[in-house]
Design a protein around this ligand. Structure first.
Ligand code: SF4
Length: 105
C-alpha cells in the first residue's frame, strides 16, 4: 500500500486532499517527466456528481497501478513508493493531473 495525497480537489473522489478510492491507475507509458503522467481514475466533480461519492471515507492508503515504466518506483506496473502526491488542482480532465512523485530511472 502507498500513502496517497492528492490536491486535485476538482475530482469527485477527492475529500480533504485524500482519495476515496481504494486504488487508482496512473498513466504514462512513455513518460520520462512527471508532467507526462496522469491519474486515469480522475472524474470531474460537477453538478450532482458531488453527492455520488457520499458515504465513502477517504483513505491515505491506496494500491497504485502504474503504467509509467520509466519511474524508479515502478515494478511490474505497481508503484512501490511509500508515499506519492497526485497534483493538478482545478483539473477538468485527467490529462491535467500528474503523479508529482515520478522520478526518472
Ligand atoms: S511514483 Fe512512479 S511508480 Fe509510483 S505512481 Fe508515481 S509515476 Fe507511478
Amino acid at each position: 500500500m502507498t500513502k496517497l495525497n492528492c490536491t486535485v480537489t476538482s475530482c469527485v473522489h477527492n475529500s480533504e486532499k485524500l482519495c476515496k478510492l481504494g486504488g487508482i491507475k496512473v498513466e504514462g507509458t512513455s513518460a520520462d517527466v512527471s508532467d507526462a503522467t496522469s491519474c486515469a481514475s480522475f472524474k470531474e466533480r460537477k453538478g450532482d456528481s458531488i453527492t455520488n461519492e457520499c458515504g465513502k471515507k477517504p483513505s491515505q492508503n491506496s494500491v497504485i497501478e502504474c503504467m509509467a515504466h520509466k519511474c524508479v518506483y515502478n515494478e511490474n506496473q505497481n508503484c512501490t513508493a511509500a508515499h506519492i502526491d497526485v497534483a493538478g488542482d482545478g483539473a477538468n480532465s485527467f490529462r491535467e493531473t500528474k503523479c508529482a512523485t515520478f522520478t526518472s530511472k
